[in-house]
Write a protein that binds this ligand. Structure first.
Ligand code: LLP
Length: 459
């Protein structure tokens, strides 16, 4: 028990020497511990008891880890580039509870739809601090975003010449220019799954440099009274373990800013080399941290500004995954265990409906039995879900003690791109979500019910 005078969780830990970090601690939230009986604690609460309380599948986010990652990115960047902004990429995971943390921690928000903008604004997040991305923003969504909150979203990231024309007309009709960035296709290769490479030559994203689309967009933007071209943006790809691509993107954007100054007399005051910082999903992986990432960008930007005689621009980075992934743990209840001549299958009550990443990207995960985290593994199993197809495999080769039905299985690094991509396949309800802080768990999204699953049907 913590001493009654102790105020910080660290002090509580020191007082309770029986708590230890879990094996492979770099995959778990900061608050994760293992007790003397080998049971996983999340912010002081037994993971298996959280499942008893909230049922499963359950997604548990540790607020301290979320805030810690937000602060780490802000500090890493601000130390090296004072005029800098961290704009969290909401596509990785968005909820009213998360929006409140973003606001408290001083992050801006990268949104990609009227839905994301609308949720954030309803949560009290200021529209002006939102940047609207997307390669196709339907008219109704643009109208919504430009009217959202007080004064609409702060920046619109233009992805095509068609969109530029539409925005120029909208800005003119409003009588107030719309602040835009141009999204550039930087033609920078990345070593990540092909589905999440976004800056290679043949991507659908952005304006092409080689064909002259960027120069044409800049020329039209400069001439359009309805537009204020303030920034340049590119995003090389996602889950990247190396800082070279983002450094290269930064250099390309700085060079483009200098060339637009020469060719069109334009002043580019904002530069955004996107997001993409990778995270470790499995014990052997090690990701780059906020400092490596910030250093790679800031050093190239500094050198480029000096070489090109550019006034230092405002720097905006957009990490999504690296802010939320490790803060989230997925908890499942184990069902049937099946031993066949080919494999041992351990089924859980979730699967591709709440985490489609293994099926989509062949993503690898680590798994642990929540109440036997430090017991030595006795077999290698396939952790499969409950959905009706063979591709529904969460972990292809999980080394575990023999799992018993009813036990809780925990999969760490589940905080990014699970819930936003979750489906109602097989009409299985999407999971409940809790946030933990100061030793308490609070429900931030309830589990879906049959009413939710059938609400939109016309009977
Ligand atoms: N900025 C832009 C313009 C983006 O397109 C993305 C991600 C980000 C920032 C954030 O990237 P992050 O820091 O999270 O890597 N569903 C896939 C990931 C798709 C990412 C798309 N764009 C997955 O589960 O891996």
């Amino acid at each position: 028990m913590p001493h009654p005078d102790s105020t910080s969780p660290d002090a509580a830990d020191v007082a309770d020497a029986s708590l230890a970090p879990p094996p492979h601690a770099h995959l778990w939230p900061d608050s994760a511990r293992v007790d003397a009986a080998g049971r996983l604690l999340l912010d002081g609460m037994l993971a298996s008891e959280l499942v008893q309380r909230f049922s499963s599948p359950l997604y548990v986010y540790d607020e301290a880890t979320l805030r810690g990652q937000m602060r780490a990115f802000r500090a890493a960047l601000a130390q090296r580039w004072p005029e800098s902004v961290v704009a969290y990429a909401g596509k990785a995971y968005l909820s009213p509870a998360l929006c409140r943390l973003l606001l408290e921690e001083g992050l801006e928000l990268d949104a990609v739809s009227a839905g994301e903008v609308g949720l954030a604004v309803r949560a009290g997040y200021p529209a002006q601090r939102i940047h609207l991305h997307g390669n196709f923003k339907p008219d109704a969504e643009l109208d919504f975003a430009l009217a959202a909150g007080e004064g609409g979203v702060g920046r619109v990231v233009v992805d095509s010449l068609d969109e530029l024309e539409r925005l120029a007309a909208l800005g003119q009709a409003r009588g107030r220019p719309i602040a835009i960035w141009l999204r550039i296709n930087p033609d920078v290769p990345t070593e990540t799954h092909t589905s999440i490479q976004t800056g290679h030559a043949d991507t659908k994203f952005g304006l092409d440099l080689a064909s002259g689309a960027v120069a044409e967009a800049a020329r039209r933007a400069a001439a359009a009274p309805g537009l204020a071209l303030v920034g340049l943006h590119a995003h090389a790809g996602s889950n990247i373990f190396d800082s070279a691509p983002v450094a290269q993107v930064t250099r390309i954007l700085a060079e483009l800013a200098a060339s637009l100054r020469e060719s069109h007399g334009l002043t580019i005051s904002e530069i955004s080399p996107g997001g993409g910082v990778g995270v470790a999903y499995t014990p052997e992986q090690r990701a780059i941290g906020p400092d490596d990432y910030a250093e790679a960008i800031a050093s190239v930007l500094r050198a480029s500004c000096e070489r090109l005689r550019l006034a230092p621009p405002r720097l905006i980075v957009e990490p999504g995954r690296a802010i939320v992934a490790r803060a989230g743990v997925a908890l499942y209840t184990i069902g049937p265990r099946k031993v066949t001549p080919h494999a041992i299958f351990v089924a859980v009550d979730g699967g591709m409906g709440d985490n489609p990443r293994p099926a989509l990207y062949d993503a690898r995960y680590h798994a642990a039995l929540a109440d036997r985290v430090i017991s030595p593994p006795s077999e290698t199993v396939q952790v499969v879900g409950r959905y009706c197809e063979s591709g529904d495999v969460l972990v292809r080769a999980a080394a575990l003690p023999e799992a018993r039905p009813g036990e809780t299985l925990a999969i760490p690094v589940s905080g990014a791109y699970h819930l936003p991509m979750a489906s109602q396949y097989n009409l299985a309800p999407r999971p409940a979500v809790v946030f933990t802080a100061d030793g308490q768990a609070r429900l931030v999204r309830r589990r879906e019910t049959l009413d939710d699953l059938t609400r939109l049907d016309v009977w």
